[in-house]
Design a protein around this ligand. Structure first.
Ligand SMILES: NC(=O)c1ccc[n+]([C@@H]2O[C@H](COP(=O)([O-])OP(=O)(O)OC[C@H]3O[C@@H](n4cnc5c(N)ncnc54)[C@H](OP(=O)(O)O)[C@@H]3O)[C@@H](O)[C@H]2O)c1
Length: 280
């Protein structure tokens, strides 16, 4: 029997992907450490427990791969899974990667190369998620509590993308294992947008006053640590803001339109869909 294994199947991207695949009549197995008991196609999967890899790959011919989150060195955990997937005859693996390579995390680049070397291996290099503006992300928590965005990125722009559009792009690649694909897609929203511009859109559309407080990279890292992120990952994530500030992330692509047949959501549409986040 053919099925798509969706790792991170309860997360922001994975949950939507599971729904889209099932709506299209494709069997999707939602994998996570805490699978929903009400879902007969949910299964337990843990990157830290390789004994969960075999049962997850059993009966699977396509995989959505969400690497271990909040890790600067995902390769050692994912490599054995990739070897096993190849032996199991998996025909397509679509990995959710990042447009931004975290500083001090070179294994992410090697991981992408290893996925692309697999049969039907595809990497989605996603830009910053619009969902970072929703709780429980620390950015959103701070807006909620203080009406403030703390950033070291200045007026630098990022091609923010809605995770629902990432999921739709992945669904297009996974629904039919025979469809021709490239090995690499840059997945972005329609426009580059700075934090001050994003704050103005939230304020204009919801009435919630959102100020932008410019802070140093170290202060940002310390805030991420305080929110519970591992220190190395917090430092790498804060350093990303330097690249944004220097204009290195001001990139947009047409991949969502090419893959899904419709343009990616704008930030204004995202805010409108989640207006209650800022009006409560
Ligand atoms: N946020 C951004 O701006 C951005 C930009 C580019 C790329 N990304 C990438 O996007 C990914 C996050 O995607 P997302 O936001 O859709 O996910 P998410 O909402 O953070 O959810 C994470 C998923 O992974 C599962 N998970 C966590 N730890 C796991 C483990 N040890 N073993 C197996 N499953 C585990 C979680 O379920 P359980 O907790 O139940 O296991 C959940 O289903 C990250 O890899 C990040 O690098 C993010």
């Amino acid at each position: 029997m053919s099925a798509v294994l969706v790792t991170g199947g309860t997360g922001k991207t994975g949950k939507t992907l599971v729904r889209l695949l099932r709506d299209a009549g494709v069997r999707a197995r939602a994998a996570s450490r805490s699978p929903a008991t009400a879902d007969p196609d949910a299964l337990r999967f843990d990157w830290n427990d390789p004994t969960t890899f075999g049962p997850a790959l059993d009966g699977t011919d396509r995989v959505f791969l969400l690497p271990p989150v909040e890790s600067v060195d995902p390769l050692p955990l994912v490599e054995p899974f990739l070897r096993r997937a190849q032996r199991a005859g998996v025909q397509r693996i679509v990995m959710l990667g990042s447009a931004i390579v975290l500083p001090n995390a070179p294994s992410a680049v090697e991981l992408a190369a290893q996925v692309q070397a697999q049969p039907g291996g595809v990497v989605l290099r996603a830009s910053g998620f619009m969902q970072n503006f929703l709780r429980p992300h620390p950015l959103a928590e701070h807006i909620h509590r203080r009406g403030e965005i703390l950033t070291a990125a200045g007026d630098g722009k990022l091609g923010w993308v809605d995770a629902r559009d990432i999921a739709a792009s992945a669904a297009a690649l996974l629904a039919d294992p025979k469809v021709d694909v490239r090995s690499d897609y840059l997945i972005t929203g329609p426009h580059g947008l700075s934090y001050p511009q994003a704050a103005r859109i939230i304020t204009a559309q919801t009435g919630r006053q959102v100020r932008v407080e410019r802070i140093a990279e170290e202060e940002q890292a310390s805030g991420y640590r305080a929110s519970g992120m591992p220190p190395e990952f917090a430092a790498a994530l804060a350093a990303v803001e330097r690249g944004i500030k220097e204009g290195r992330q001001d990139r947009v692509s047409t991949a969502v339109l090419e893959l899904t047949g419709r343009p990616p959501r704008t930030f204004a549409e995202f805010v409108s869909d989640h207006a209650c986040e800022w009006t409560q």
